[in-house]
Design a binder for this molecule. Structure first.
Ligand code: DSN
Length: 430
C-alpha cells in the first residue's frame, strides 16, 4: 500500500513539473491563488453543512455559515445581482440544478448544438438527457461564430420553449441575448445563461452582461476565466421569490447533499480577488487571445473569425486540417509541451474527427504573459507544425519561455511573495 501511495505522489509530482515547464492553453483551465489553494486543503474539506447558513442539519457550522454568507455577499457584489447560491459543486451540477428548478421532464429547452460549440450539458447523454428535456436548437452563423438571430427568432416563435439556455464551450463572441430578448418575452421564455467559460470576463466587465441583457439566471463553474476552485455557482436577478426558492432546492437537496466547503472558502477568496484584480485580468486575457490569434494567422494558420479579430473572449479556434487534423495536432503539441485540446468546429463532417484545436489564454495570462509572449507561442506552433522541428526541441523552447512565468498574478500575495504555483503542496503566502 505504501508503494501505491508513493506512486500516486510521484505521478502528481511528475504532472506538476510537466505543467510547470509547459505552455497550458486549455480554455477551461486556470490556476488558484495562494490563499485560495491554502483553503482548499483546510479542515473544511472534512466537514458537512447541508442546507443554508443558519438552517443546517449538523452542529459545528458557525464558521462555515460565516464563510458561506461572505461568499454569497461577494458573489452578489461581483456580479451586481440579488441572488446567488454557491452550493453546486461543478458547472454541470449547477446546470442540473437549473434544469430541476425551471424545466419539467418532456419539456422543450432552447440551446445550441454541440457542433456549434455547446457544452455537453445540452446533450441527450448529458444534463438535458438526465432531466429528460428535449433540445430546441438555435440557428448558427458560422462566419460570425454566434447565434443567427433572424433564423433563431423564427425557430423560437414556431416551437415556443419555456426555457432558453445561452452558453458555449467554444465561446468566441458574446451571444445575442439582448437582440433575442423581445422574442423571448413574446413567447414567455426564461433566458438562462451558462457563463462557465466567460464568468471572469463578465465579472471583469469585458464581455457581455447577461443579467442586464435579459437573462434572469446564470449557472457556471468557477475555475475558467474566473480563476477559482473547481466548483459551481448560480446567480440571478429579478427572480420571483418562488423561483429563487426553486433554484435553491434545485441545488440542495436536488443535485447535492453536502456542498464542498473547502472549495466554497477558496471560491470566496477568488471572488474577493477578482473584485480587486478582475478587470485588469479579464482585459489582458482577451488581449492575449486576440494577439495569439493574430500571430498564428500571420504564420499561415487558419484561425477562425479572422475578419472579426478572431475572438472577443479568452478563446480562439484554429482549423488544422492542413496540419493533419485536430487529434494528431493536439497530440503533437502536447509532445512539444503545449497543452490544448482537439475541438469540433462548425462544418466538421464527423464528430469523431474534430477539425480544429481550441486554444485559451486564461492560464498563461494568470502567470503574467502578455502580447510578446503570445507571438513567441505562435512561433513554437510554426516551428512544430509548419517547419517540422522535432517535438523535444520545441518542448525545450517552450520550457525556456515558461521559465519566467511560474508565479500566479492578479491575486493577493503574488508578486514579491514569488509563490510557486506548481509546488506539490503550496507554500503559504508570505
Ligand atoms: N469541459 C469543459 C471545457 O473544456 O469546456 C467544460 O466543462
Amino acid at each position: 500500500m505504501a508503494a501505491a501511495v508513493e506512486r500516486v505522489r510521484a505521478a502528481v509530482r511528475t504532472h506538476s513539473t510537466r505543467f510547470e515547464h509547459a505552455i497550458p492553453l486549455i480554455a477551461s483551465e486556470n490556476l488558484l491563488s495562494p490563499y485560495a489553494k491554502e483553503l482548499l486543503i483546510s479542515d473544511l474539506h472534512s466537514r458537512y453543512a447541508e442546507g443554508l447558513p443558519g438552517e443546517r442539519y449538523y452542529e459545528g457550522n458557525e464558521q462555515v455559515d460565516e464563510v458561506e454568507n461572505l461568499c454569497l455577499d461577494l458573489a452578489r457584489r461581483l456580479f451586481r445581482c440579488s441572488f446567488a447560491d454557491v452550493r453546486p459543486i461543478s458547472g454541470t451540477v449547477a446546470n442540473l440544478a437549473v434544469l430541476k428548478a425551471l424545466a419539467e421532464p418532456g419539456e422543450l429547452v432552447g440551446t445550441s448544438r454541440l457542433a456549434d460549440g455547446a457544452h455537453i450539458s445540452s446533450a441527450g447523454f448529458g444534463a438535458f438527457g438526465l432531466r429528460s428535456v428535449k433540445p430546441v436548437y438555435y440557428a448558427w452563423d458560422p462566419e460570425r461564430m454566434t447565434i443567427d438571430v433572424g433564423r433563431t427568432r423564427e425557430i423560437l416563435r414556431a416551437v415556443r420553449p419555456k426555457l432558453c439556455l445561452f452558453g458555449l464551450s467554444l465561446f468566441l463572441f458574446p451571444l445575442p441575448v439582448d437582440e433575442l430578448r423581445p422574442t423571448l418575452e413574446e413567447i414567455g421564455a426564461t433566458a438562462w445563461y451558462d457563463g462557465a467559460h466567460v464568468l471572469g470576463l463578465i465579472a471583469g466587465g469585458q464581455f457581455q452582461d447577461p443579467l442586464r441583457e435579459g437573462c434572469s439566471v446564470i449557472s457556471a463553474s468557477t475555475h475558467k476565466t474566473l480563476p477559482g476552485p473547481q466548483h459551481g455557482i448560480l446567480l440571478g436577478e429579478g427572480l420571483a421569490p418562488e423561483v429563487a426558492k426553486r433554484l435553491q432546492s434545485g441545488a440542495f437537496p436536488g443535485v447535492t447533499s453536502n456542498h464542498h466547503l473547502n472549495a466554497m472558502a477558496a471560491l470566496a477568496v477568488s471572488l474577493a480577488e477578482h473584485l480587486e484584480f478582475g478587470r485588469d485580468y479579464a482585459r489582458q486575457t482577451i488581449a492575449n487571445a486576440r494577439a495569439l490569434g493574430q500571430a498564428l494567422h500571420d504564420r499561415g494558420f487558419d484561425v477562425l473569425a479572422a475578419d472579426l479579430g478572431f475572438t472577443r473572449s479568452h478563446t480562439i479556434a484554429v482549423r488544422v486540417a492542413a496540419e493533419g487534423g485536430g487529434a494528431p495536432v493536439a497530440q503533437r503539441l502536447a509532445e512539444a509541451g503545449i497543452i490544448s485540446n482537439k475541438n469540433l468546429l462548425p462544418g466538421d463532417s464527423s464528430p469523431k474527427h474534430p477539425g480544429g484545436v481550441r486554444l485559451g489564454t486564461p492560464e498563461v495570462t494568470r502567470v503574467g504573459m502578455r502580447e510578446p509572449e503570445m507571438v513567441r507561442i505562435a512561433e513554437l506552433f510554426d516551428a512544430l507544425l509548419h517547419r517540422g522541428r522535432p517535438p523535444p526541441e520545441v518542448a525545450a523552447a517552450a520550457a525556456e519561455l515558461k521559465r519566467g512565468f511560474t508565479t500566479v498574478r492578479y491575486c493577493f500575495a503574488a508578486g514579491e511573495a514569488a509563490y510557486r504555483y506548481y509546488d506539490l503542496v503550496g507554500r503559504p503566502p508570505a
